[in-house]
Structures are given as structure tokens and as C-alpha cells.
Design a protein around this ligand. Structure first.
Ligand code: PMP
Length: 384
């Protein structure tokens, strides 16, 4: 079995099969881990208790981390960052706060290709009496912005459109969407979980009112994310009581270190991964009958959603000695066709054959070449 990269930043991971599921979760970067470690053993104080140095140091780390996260994503101040246990809860917070701000549940606009946590929040709002408009999506995975223009109403409380789709890598034109929302005075939330570090996304350039992030997609720890809220956003975020819980200092330090690294590396990382991923696709194309699902131009190249004709995606993912998935991690194991691919109008066979191959910081060109060999081998075996 092939081993993963042994750069100083991943040595702590030891031997493992080749990993092509970065969209599901990324390994913690060694630099992030090193930054976190002292906060488990030496600087373990409660950041709310600043009567002694343990607490004071923890408090300083919290303040510094919030500043770092804010500057890394393009926010102007740390108080625009609401720390959450995950991107899932940040999405919920944004949507449910906006949808329930009025005297009765309001109108929101979203799309069927959003992350399952956005869909769940929208369905919740529908259940409690809110109105949800689900935008149409074309076969490239892009939402219909003309329809968006028409569907914004007087009582629209929120538009929530994710930037990069977690299953396909398709990138929505968030700048146009944000201008449209600004012109109409509507709050725009975007789930930027798969976007930060994989595109040039920054909250200042994208001009969104709210944006969601997660540390474990950017080589930070699992279990921490945030919601960015621009000043003067109409939606008042109602934070449940336990958000005043004792600060998770090691995770916050990890998130901040990961965010800073990601922001500083993103330009070179994006082009390196794009090159590897395009080579992978070209090579795979020359060997098996494969189709790329989703736009080939409006996309990030770290996520490829691929259908190999007459091959069941789940069989391929199980049999191949590389870590890939069918659809999103949240749906792996489900026999239902992916709602995202379904909304794009792909036929059932193409949906069933879909696999997601995702690349990241520690993927090498050699790994990608070996993955093509492995996929070709398994496809031949499955066809026999
Ligand atoms: N949004 C997107 C686009 C994602 O890819 C994910 C993770 N699959 C999430 C939200 C949820 O992230 P978390 O695990 O931090 O809840």
C-alpha cells in the first residue's frame, strides 16, 4: 500500500493509504498541531478567569486567535466572528436567526444544491411556517440568478447560497449574487466552508453579509467553525446560551493558525492543486470512460465529481485502495442518488456511478498518478 507524504508537516500522521477525501476532512497540519499543544498542557487556563496568569494567557490567546481568523478571512474586526462548534451550527445560526427574526417566520431563498445543513435549516423554517424559495439549478450546477432577481420579495429575510459546492466543486458567482442582494437590500449568507483557501474568497471582496467557515476543511481541528457577520447586518444573530461556555482555547488557536496558514498559502496551493487535479483528470480520461459532473469552468479543482460509465460509485469507492467517497461525507452510505446531482438533472445511472475525488495540501503528483492506476485497475475488475 502506498504511503502518504512524509513532509515535516504530516510526519505525525504516520503510514496511511493515499487520501483523496480532503473535502470530507483534512489532516491537521503539523504547524497547527504544534501551535495547539501548549494550550492542552501549559496554558490550559479558563479564559474567563483572568485573576491569574493561566487565565490571562488563555484570554490573550482567544483575543489573538479571533484577530487572526478575522484578518485571514478579510473581516475588519474580531467581533464580526461568532465561534461555533461547526460549520453546520454556523449555517443553522445564520439561517434560523434570519428566518425567525420577524413576528412570524419569514421568507428565505436558497437552492437544492446547498450543504445538507443549509437544507436542514431551510426545511426547519418551512416546518415552522416560513416560506422557502428553492432556486433552479442548471446541469452545470449553477443556480439561476435571473430567477433569484425575480423571487426577492419585500419580506425576504435572507438569501443563502453557498460559494463552492462540497460534492462537485462548482463555484457560484457569489460576487454577482451579492451585488444583486445589495441592490435589493437583502441579507446574503454564503457557506464558504469549501471555498476559503480553495478560491480567492474573502468576505471583504465577496461583499457578503454573513459567511460560514470550518477549521477541519483548512487543516485545523474538527469541532470548531465560525459565522462571520458584517457590521450593520439586518439579521440579529441570536446566540444560544451555551455559546458563552468556557472558550475552547486549543481549538481556537488551531483554527486561527490554520486560517492564517491557509490565507498565506492559498495562491500557490490553488495553482499546485489545480495542476495535479487537471493532470489526474486528463490521465483518467485517457484510460476509462469518465465524465466530470458540474461545470468545467466555474469550479475549484480540489474537488472532482466523476461518473465512470456502468460502474457503481459505491462499489468503486469500497474496492479501491485509495480513500475517496460517493457524494458528500454526510451522505456516504446512502443508496439514494445525491440530491445535488439530482437537482442538476443528471440521470440516475450517472448519479449512482458518481464518486468524489478531492485533493489537498499533501497530495503529490505521484499520488495522483497512482490513484489513476488504482481506479483503472478496480474498474477493470468490476467490469469482469
Ligand atoms: N458546509 C459545507 C460546504 C461542507 O462541506 C461541510 C462539511 N462537509 C459543512 C458545511 C459542515 O461542516 P462541519 O463538519 O464543520 O459541520
Amino acid at each position: 500500500m502506498k504511503t502518504r507524504d512524509t513532509s515535516p508537516h504530516t510526519q505525525h500522521l504516520g503510514q496511511a493509504p493515499m487520501y483523496f477525501d480532503y473535502a470530507a476532512s483534512t489532516p491537521v497540519d503539523g504547524r497547527v498541531l504544534q501551535a495547539m499543544l501548549p494550550y492542552f498542557t501549559q496554558e490550559f487556563g479558563n479564559a474567563s478567569n483572568v485573576l491569574h496568569n493561566y487565565g490571562k494567557n488563555a484570554r490573550r490567546a482567544v483575543i489573538r486567535s479571533l484577530e487572526l481568523i478575522a484578518s485571514s478571512i478579510g473581516a475588519t474586526a474580531p467581533d464580526q466572528i461568532i465561534v461555533t462548534p461547526s460549520a453546520t451550527s454556523a449555517n443553522w445560526l445564520a439561517m434560523v436567526s434570519a428566518g425567525t427574526a420577524g413576528s412570524k417566520p419569514g421568507h428565505i431563498i436558497t437552492s437544492p444544491v446547498e450543504h445538507s445543513s443549509v437544507i436542514a435549516a431551510a426545511r426547519h423554517l418551512e416546518k415552522i411556517g416560513g416560506a422557502v424559495t428553492w432556486l433552479e439549478v442548471n446541469s452545470n450546477g449553477l443556480v439561476n440568478t435571473d430567477q433569484l432577481k425575480k423571487e426577492i420579495r419585500q419580506d425576504t429575510a435572507l438569501v443563502s447560497i453557498g460559494h463552492v459546492n462540497n460534492e462537485t466543486g462548482v463555484c457560484q458567482d457569489i460576487e454577482s449574487i451579492s451585488h444583486l442582494c445589495m441592490d435589493r437590500g437583502v441579507t446574503l449568507h454564503t457557506d464558504a466552508t469549501q471555498s476559503f483557501g480553495k478560491t480567492g474568497f474573502r468576505v471583504d471582496n465577496a461583499l457578503v453579509s454573513m459567511a460560514t467557515f470550518s477549521a477541519h476543511k483548512i487543516y485545523g481541528p474538527i469541532g470548531i467553525g465560525c459565522l462571520y457577520v458584517r457590521n450593520n447586518t439586518a439579521t440579529k444573530i441570536s446566540v444560544p446560551g451555551d455559546y458563552s461556555a468556557t472558550a475552547n482555547v486549543p481549538s481556537l488557536v488551531g483554527f486561527a493558525t490554520a486560517a492564517e496558514l491557509t490565507a498565506s498559502m492559498s495562491t500557490s496551493e490553488i495553482s499546485r492543486i489545480k495542476y495535479i487535479s487537471m493532470e489526474f483528470l486528463r490521465d483518467l480520461h485517457s484510460r476509462v470512460d469518465v465524465q466530470l459532473n458540474g461545470s468545467s469552468t466555474n469550479r475549484t479543482w480540489d474537488i472532482l465529481n466523476l461518473s465512470i460509465r456502468n460502474i457503481d460509485g459505491a462499489d468503486l469507492a469500497r474496492a479501491a485502495k485509495i480513500a475517496i467517497s460517493t457524494g458528500s461525507a454526510c451522505r456516504t452510505g446512502s443508496r439514494e442518488p445525491s440530491p445535488t446531482l439530482h437537482a442538476m438533472g443528471l440521470d440516475i445511472d450517472r448519479c449512482r456511478s458518481a464518486v468524489r475525488v478531492s485533493f489537498g495540501r499533501f497530495t503529490t503528483a505521484t499520488d495522483a498518478g497512482a490513484a489513476v492506476d488504482e481506479i483503472q485497475k478496480v474498474v477493470s475488475l468490476l467490469r469482469d
